[in-house]
Design a protein around this ligand. Structure first.
Ligand code: 5CA
Ligand code: ZN
Length: 412
């Protein structure tokens, strides 16, 4: 698939700070330890509806990871998928009498535009599930041959399932207890009551063709892939085992990231799949999680159509900590617009206070598990001082503008 256009990222003078990031698997904030090329996989959209501010917030969090690694002099190999065939997409197409392929293409195109408008740096590899089917089939065949996958006991539809403990490390990503796993598995796309499975938590790898559903011929028989194996295979085949960061929203901790890791670890016999499992909090509206099924969505494309400044949206979403569940409200946007206006006014001046300290604070806060609330306050303090007429440094506004662009992705 086509990714979206990239933009040059200015180099920031001074000393970068290595990124420390929260890891769900250990529950700790630990340094990321990339080599010359940092590697990251972030779960992409299921394109049955437009991108809402919850999606945007998650991609913005990982955009900061990307930017901090660039600041530290790493190349970044960033991979993202598009779940362009799955039950929610097929159900929406059916409901709206739409062609599921066209629906997926339309929403993916809109997502790319939204990401570019929000100045999110694009992934190097952007892959759909459908185009990845040959590699998924190969992987599922190997899991079957290795005895960690099996055919459901069902003559008509002998779907292929993964023995949930096939890696021997099940639970090592989420650390959830069994009742919590059972609840999330049922709520988030699992099929605990499917007859013919050996264990309620075993996850679907390959769904045999049903009448009226899309399917692909393969050595496994005609069918389509399960969800977790899609991300497992796309990540593993681009980044290899033990890549730096596996990312997504906190709703993906279980079962999705638990199984993506378990599939890859069972397949390779190696551990871990990712060094860090990083998860962004959920954005809500009026006290409820923003989700397609609840219908309480604020779409990025709607805000664009209303001529809302995407840099204010970016600042509004970054004004809370990425790991906190938080609400999007009219006040969040109004505050962000006021902040952006102040930054613009201050950075448009000919002089201001020396920016060295502010840039150091910006880097320190972002390197500390992406502490954007503090990072934004550091820039606020400089802007207040500049607007009060303090300082006579002629290079300060341009230097800070570049730092805000490079590290926060905000074009002032
Ligand atoms: N295609 C799968 C991942 S492989 C999927 O979860 N798609 S999605 O369209 O439902 O979500 C895309 C990304 O946005 C995921 O990382 C998900 O965790 C995140 N996300 C979904 N809803 C919210 C929300 N309300 N707040 C923050 N992030 C969210
Ligand atoms: Zn995924």
């Amino acid at each position: 698939m086509q990714s979206w256009p990239s933009r040059p990222v200015p180099r920031v003078p001074g000393t970068p700070r290595p990124l420390r990031l929260h890891d769900t698997a250990t529950g700790e904030i630990r340094p990321t330890t990339p080599g010359a090329t940092a590697t990251m996989y972030v779960c992409g959209i299921t394109p049955y509806d437009a991108t809402h501010l919850g999606h945007a917030a998650t991609y913005l969090a990982f955009d900061l990871v990307h930017r901090l690694w660039l600041d530290n002099g790493h190349e970044v190999h960033y991979v993202q998928n598009v779940t362009d065939v799955d039950d929610p997409l097929l159900e929406r197409a059916e409901r709206d009498q739409d062609d599921w392929v066209v629906l997926g293409m339309r929403e993916t195109a809109l997502f790319r535009e939204d990401m570019a408008a929000l100045r999110v740096l694009p992934p190097r590899d952007y892959l759909g599930a459908v185009e990845s089917i040959p590699e998924i089939v190969e992987t599922v065949a190997k899991l079957l041959a290795d005895g960690v996958a099996y055919r459901a006991d069902d003559k008509r539809y002998p779907d292929i399932y993964f023995d949930h403990n096939g890696s021997g490390r099940f639970g090592s990503v989420s650390n959830y207890d069994e009742p919590t796993m059972a609840r999330y598995f049922a709520e988030r796309g699992g099929d605990p009551e499917r007859p013919g499975k050996r264990h309620p938590l075993d996850a679907l790898l390959w769904r045999c063709a049903r009448p009226g559903e899309p399917s692909w011929e393969s050595e496994l028989g005609a069918g389509r892939p399960g969800w977790h194996v899609e991300c497992s295979v796309i990540a593993l085949n681009r980044l290899g085992m033990t890549f730096d960061v596996q990312g997504g929203g906190s709703d993906l901790i279980f079962p999705h990231h638990e199984f993506s890791a378990a599939h890859a670890e069972a397949l390779t016999g190696e551990h871990p799949f990712a060094r860090h499992y990083a998860h962004a909090g959920m954005i809500g509206l009026d006290g409820e999680k923003m989700s397609k099924s609840r219908g309480n969505l604020v779409f990025v494309s709607r805000l664009r159509a209303d001529h809302v400044d995407m840099m204010a949206v970016r600042l509004g979403l970054l004004s809370g900590h990425y790991r906190a569940d938080r609400a999007w409200t009219a006040d969040v946007l109004a505050d962000a617009e006021a902040r952006l206006a102040r930054w613009r006014a201050a950075l448009a001046r000919d002089t201001g206070p020396d920016a060295t300290d502010t840039i150091t604070r910006l880097r320190d806060h972002l390197a500390d598990d992406l502490d954007t609330p503090q990072a934004l306050r550091a820039v606020d303090a400089w802007a207040d001082a500049a607007l009060a007429g303090e300082g006579g440094d002629h290079s300060a506004p341009a230097r800070l503008r570049d730092a805000v662009d490079s590290l926060l992705g905000v074009a002032v």
